[in-house]
Design a protein around this ligand. Structure first.
Ligand SMILES: Cc1cc2nc3c(=O)[nH]c(=O)nc-3n(C[C@H](O)[C@H](O)[C@H](O)COP(=O)(O)O)c2cc1C
Length: 241
């Protein structure tokens, strides 16, 4: 096992940070690592907003469902899908609104984000993605002055870890890895994983959470739908056709 693989396999989200600041050199290499990621057709269809202003951070915390670390983490980055820049450099041949273009921008932002996370982890930092940034996607876009055809895909808190959570075991490989064709999941394999995750939550939360993985997933889809997203994205100039 090499160091890169060890780092990848030891990922866990960090939500508590020490007061130690992330210096400009570290931040610079994290952003450059994000930019080094592969990008569809070399479009580089994303932007990263580094939110430093404490008042904006406090507002973002509220918009993200009062997640404290959004305000308090040493670094908070917002990864945006961005076709605004592309539209500007294209001649009149550019047509807004294609779903495919939206997918490209979203995937580009996500791949850049994961490179940033891994780079940060390689420097001894930790972090957590913040999908809560889409809870109030329009308000966040106004606050960050995002132009049309730019939207916040996720936020990312980064800093030096002040906690050491256990790695959360993923689904058994045979559930997500298929050869030649899709195979429906094996109930017994899932059941064993469900028990394992329930035990993990009981241990991590001292018995407050007991959900199996299947229960946690089904709760998530009952609670959080972000119904505003289709209209929001269309208003931004995305997914109209
Ligand atoms: C796109 C994305 C959005 C996420 N949003 C949040 C969030 O808003 N708040 C949070 O505490 N964790 C968030 N997470 C972290 C996940 O809950 C976490 O990655 C998952 O439970 C697996 O745990 P691990 O990262 O510790 O392995 C997000 C993760 C991703 C990839």
């Amino acid at each position: 096992m090499n160091q890169t693989l060890e780092l990848m396999l030891s990922h866990r989200s960090i939500r508590k940070f020490t007061d130690q600041l992330v210096n400009e050199r570290e931040l610079d290499i994290i952003i450059r690592a994000a930019q080094a990621a592969a990008t569809s057709s070399f479009l580089q269809a994303y932007s990263i907003i580094d939110v430093k202003n404490p008042e904006i951070r406090a507002k973002l915390r509220t918009f993200c469902g009062d997640q404290e670390y959004v305000e308090k983490s040493p670094i908070f980055l917002v990864f945006c899908g961005d076709t605004h820049r592309i539209k500007n450099v294209c001649d009149s041949s550019y047509e807004s609104g294609w779903t495919e273009t939206f997918i490209i921008a979203t995937v580009d932002a996500a791949i850049a984000g994961q490179n940033a996370m891994l780079a940060a982890e390689s420097l001894g930092l930790g972090g957590v993605y913040i999908g809560g940034i889409r809870n109030h996607a329009q308000e966040v876009s106004d606050l960050l002055k995002l132009p049309e055809e730019v939207y916040p895909v996720f936020g990312m808190c980064l800093g030096y870890p002040a906690q050491d959570p256990e790695v959360k075991e993923r689904l058994p490989k045979e559930i997500v890895y298929h050869v030649d064709h899709y195979t429906e999941l094996d109930e017994a394999t899932l059941e064993a994983y469900d028990t394992h995750i329930s035990d993990y939550y009981i241990k991590r939360t001292k018995g407050k959470i007991k959900d199996t993985w299947s229960e946690a997933v089904s709760k998530k889809f009952k609670q959080e739908k972000r119904e505003h997203m289709l209209k929001f994205l269309q208003d931004r100039g995305f997914i109209k056709k």
